[in-house]
Design a protein around this ligand. Structure first.
Ligand code: FES
Ligand SMILES: [Fe+2]
Length: 379
């Protein structure tokens, strides 16, 4: 982030603290509870958001070499990522073109040839159908060259492999992140590796889990025995970049920094910087590493979370340090996820028709307005 912007953000937060104020939106936000439970809403979100927006399907370090492959799921669809002989990343529907068997079952591996487990149709890492047993005899009038794997838009940028499911929606990833490119480049994510990764499913709508991270109202309460004491009470700011949000959540150490030494510290040392990349990729910038979180919707009330601790390549050998940090992140975020499940479990009680977003929870309102703007039926 630009230094002048960092200093502006700091000044803004410090004057709010001094005046015992908060970063306030103009009005309280209301979001219908049905948006977190409705099947129709869920399938609209899949179709109009998750299928058309680039998804961070993998970090580049998960498939660094030719032949590396990964199995993923995007908006409920089976996806195969490969790195071909030229070193380029590709994405395909992980579906055999004969009768639809899932082509690859392994979660990851390294090979350039993928043979279907049913009748052994073999595909290359660029998706071509190479040969097929008894093809000429059995499939007269059919051309192998038209039976390659269905290709998906796949671009590498900012250290991630981005996949867009809907072929009509593909556009440069660069455009999708207009306004944020400099911030993302500065994180040097392509020079990082994953020190630890955890995947687990939570019984909560994906939006509840995203929302859990973008306000500081709960810090001193829900995180009282973990990170709460290190953060200011109910103090945070946010900025919009198109559909994306950057949140700044200051630590208590920020207010004690001598003005004269401004050149010697970085914002990330004294605040949590959280990028919520629309719809559900979150990058939590810590002092010496970045936590990469994805919330993949499984059903209206289930979400698969992937939490990765990304660390600089040159420091990857500090095993204990990263293990400890990953553990702290897991413990802290678990406090959010348990609350998220608690919220989901009460939604059908009828106690609330709307979620209320206080004026200092404005980022939640913006996030939900952005979602609504993508959908045909919500205004
Ligand atoms: S379904 Fe894949 S080869 Fe038959
Ligand atoms: Fe939290």
């Amino acid at each position: 982030m630009d230094r002048a912007v960092e200093l502006e953000l700091v000044d803004e937060l410090l004057s709010l603290k001094e005046g015992k104020g908060a970063y306030l939106d103009d009005a309280v936000g209301h979001n219908p509870v049905a948006h977190y439970t409705s099947e129709q809403r869920f399938s609209e979100e899949r179709e109009h958001i998750f299928s058309v927006v680039p998804t961070a399907a993998a970090h580049v370090s998960e498939m660094p070499s030719p032949g590396d492959f990964l199995r993923r799921e995007i908006a409920g669809q089976p996806v195969l990522l490969t790195r071909d002989k030229e070193g380029k990343a590709n994405a395909f529907l992980n579906v055999c073109r004969h009768r639809g068997t899932r082509l690859v079952d392994a979660k990851k591996g390294c090979q350039h040839r993928f043979s279907c487990p049913y009748h052994a149709w073999p595909y290359s890492s660029v998706g071509d159908l190479i040969a097929a047993p008894h093809f000429k005899t059995g499939f007269t009038g059919h051309d192998k060259s038209t039976l390659g794997l269905k290709r998906l838009d796949c671009q590498e940028r900012f250290g991630f492999v981005w996949v867009t499911l809907n072929p009509d929606a593909s556009h440069p990833v660069e455009d999708h992140f207009r306004g944020l490119s400099a911030d993302l480049d500065a994180l040097q994510l392509d020079d990082m590796v994953i020190a630890h990764q955890d995947t687990h499913t939570r019984h909560a709508n994906w939006k509840i889990l995203v929302e859990g991270g973008i306000e500081a109202y709960h810090f001193k309460i829900a995180h009282r025995s973990t990170i709460g004491p290190h953060f200011e009470d109910n103090l945070s700011s946010y900025q919009r970049f198109g559909s994306h949000i950057r949140s700044i959540l200051p630590r208590t150490s920020l207010s004690t920094l001598p003005k004269a030494e401004q050149g010697n510290w970085r914002l990330r040392d004294h605040a949590q910087i959280l990028y919520t990349l629309f719809p559900s990729t979150q990058l939590l910038v810590q002092q010496d590493h970045v936590v990469w979180l994805t919330e993949e919707p499984v059903s209206p009330d289930q979400t698969r979370l992937r939490l990765s601790t990304l660390v600089p390549k040159h420091a990857a050998d500090q095993g204990d340090h990263w293990a400890q940090n990953h553990h702290i992140t897991l413990t802290t975020l678990d406090e959010d996820f348990v609350i998220g499940e608690s919220i989901q479990s009460t939604l059908s009680s009828g106690a609330n028709e709307d979620m209320l977003f206080g004026r200092f929870e404005g980022a939640l309102n913006v996030f939900n307005q952005t979602i609504a703007a993508h959908l045909p039926t919500s205004g």
